[in-house]
Design a protein around this ligand. Structure first.
Ligand code: PMP
Length: 493
């Protein structure tokens, strides 16, 4: 074993890893990366098929992001954001707000004209997630990672509720299999038994609503977009009905919902569960109708991963709080942001002695290196050619993945933009899942690594989320590795 691997085995404890298993094998030690390729200590190359746990956007060692970080490094790496401002963090805040507003306007422009009232003017929208002018994102609160961005969103939503509606018992609603991070507040919003059950006594209780997991729909409905709907009963969005029931139940019980928390478009750690068209819009309308805020966790989905810059744009929904992290710096440095409306911001204004201040902040808030990397990454993201390239990659991905339907262990292939989840099952006819102790997802990913493609599974779901620097050939290589690895592992199963 090489020296670095030895040191790792001796001293390092890895996240989300059964360390007894880890210590049995020599780990892959990454020493460099360029574009979508990672290189290990032996000079072996791998494709980074999950963008280094969903963070990297434009590829590794991108000259423009590297140059931006180096230029900032020559000036200063970090100064406190507690009591001081900085150039890159201020400019980045403006750019993020501009980006969020442009994204909202883009989706507003796409929607059909609103019904007109008697006097011929558009009718005011009272519910629904659609009105963007009154619910515009206006302020940026920086933190360090996805968990802290969600922790901030949660605390802001809670205090906003208490300040604007008086001290009252409230609930938070999030989705079945939700994952919003590993800090205790974020874990409280989560509903993944395997990760979260152990911490039960430490958590506040949040309410759970079913997620629209169409592949395992308990109502046996067709996905609304599927042409072969004859096999199933036509979808009537019973899952959205459950959301409404939950809001009504909590309202009736005197614990109204302060905020609905969602991962728009695609629930990542749940196993890449995409929402059918219309789900988010309807759920947001229900939340609005009950006077609740909408918290969008775009930690995974922001910056074009699922197609548009923000996933909320797909459904013309404007959240009150928008959390982003992973791809914010292009995947180069840990930095996160929670965007809020002016209305929420205003609820925290007052005399110092009123103690309305938002008492929350981290030492590295607004880190200048991170903000510089983020500015360079946003510039790359907005280049028209980059967007065309992403669209082309999405189409190529759909095509490459379609070959996987030949494998009987492939139950479902789910794709939103450049995020894909391939759900493996014992038998596609019955959709029977593999047991946890069979470690099928893990074994498939190990077999992919032997073929030079790196990713991590979510249970029995194989995740492909290539950086935008990926070429069509590399994409083909990734899909082929999934095919061959699934075939190898499941043939004997
Ligand atoms: N929210 C979502 C949707 C995520 O996917 C993740 C991480 N996978 C988080 C929050 C937590 O982010 P972090 O790991 O950066 O704390």
């Amino acid at each position: 074993m090489n020296r670095i691997a030895e040191l790792d085995h001796q001293f390092v404890w890895h996240p989300f890893t059964q360390m007894r298993d880890w210590l049995k094998y020599e780990p892959i030690v990454i020493v460099s990366g360029r574009g979508s390729v990672l290189e290990d200590i032996h000079g072996r190359q791998y494709l980074d098929a999950n963008s280094s746990i969903w963070t990297n956007l434009h590829g590794h060692a991108h000259p423009e992001i590297n140059a931006a970080i180096s230029a900032q490094l020559a000036k200063i790496s970090h100064s406190s954001h507690l009591g001081l401002a900085s150039e890159p963090a201020s400019i980045l805040a403006k750019e993020l707000i501009d980006l969020a507003r442009a994204s909202a306007e883009e989706s507003e422009a796409r929607r059909e004209p609103r019904p007109t009232g008697r006097d011929g003017r558009p009718e005011a929208v009272t519910t629904g997630g659609r009105e963007t002018s009154t619910r515009r994102l206006a302020k940026v609160f920086y933190s360090d990672d996805g968990s802290t961005a969600m922790e901030v969103a949660l605390k802001l939503a809670f205090q906003h509720d208490q300040r604007t509606k008086g001290k009252r018992p409230v609930s938070f609603i999030s989705m079945d299999q939700a994952y919003h991070g590993d800090t205790i507040g974020a874990v409280s919003l989560g509903h993944i038994e395997t990760f979260h059950a152990a911490y039960g006594p430490l958590l506040f209780s949040s309410e759970k609503v079913m997620s629209p997991y169409c592949y395992r729909c308990p109502f046996n409905r067709a996905k609304p977009e599927r042409a072969d709907a004859r096999v199933y009963r036509q979808c009537e969005f019973e899952c959205v009905g459950k959301v409404e029931e939950k809001f009504a139940e909590l309202h009736g019980a005197g614990r109204p919902c302060a905020a609905l928390v969602v991962e728009p478009a695609m629930q990542g750690a749940a196993g890449m569960i995409p929402q059918p068209e219309g789900w988010l819009r309807r759920a947001a309308e229900i939340a609005r109708g009950f006077g609740a805020l909408l918290i969008a966790d775009e930690v995974m989905t922001a910056f074009g991963r699922t197609g548009p810059i923000f996933a909320c744009e797909r459904e013309e929904v404007s959240p009150d709080l928008l959390a982003m992290a992973k791809g914010l710096t292009g995947g180069y440095l840990p930095m996160a942001a929670t965007l809020t409306t002016g209305e929420i911001f205003d609820a925290f204004l007052g005399e110092y002695s009123e103690l309305k201040t938002f008492f929350h902040g981290h030492s590295y808030t607004g880190n200048q290196l991170g903000a510089s990397a983020a500015l360079a990454s946003l510039k790359l993201l907005r280049e028209p050619a980059a967007e065309l390239h992403r669209r082309a990659l999405e189409t190529a991905m759909t095509k490459e993945l379609s070959a996987l339907w030949d494998l009987s262990a492939v139950g479902d292939i789910r794709q939103a933009g450049l995020v894909a989840g391939i759900e493996l099952v014992r038998d596609w006819h019955t959709r029977e899942p593999f047991r946890l102790d069979e470690r099928v997802g893990i074994r498939v990913c190990e077999a992919m690594a032997r073929r030079g493609v790196l990713t991590r599974p979510v249970g029995n779901v194989i995740v492909l989320m290539p950086p935008y620097s990926t070429t069509p050939d590399q994409l083909q290589q990734m899909a082929r590795a999934v095919y061959d690895a699934v075939d190898e592992v499941t043939r004997s199963q």
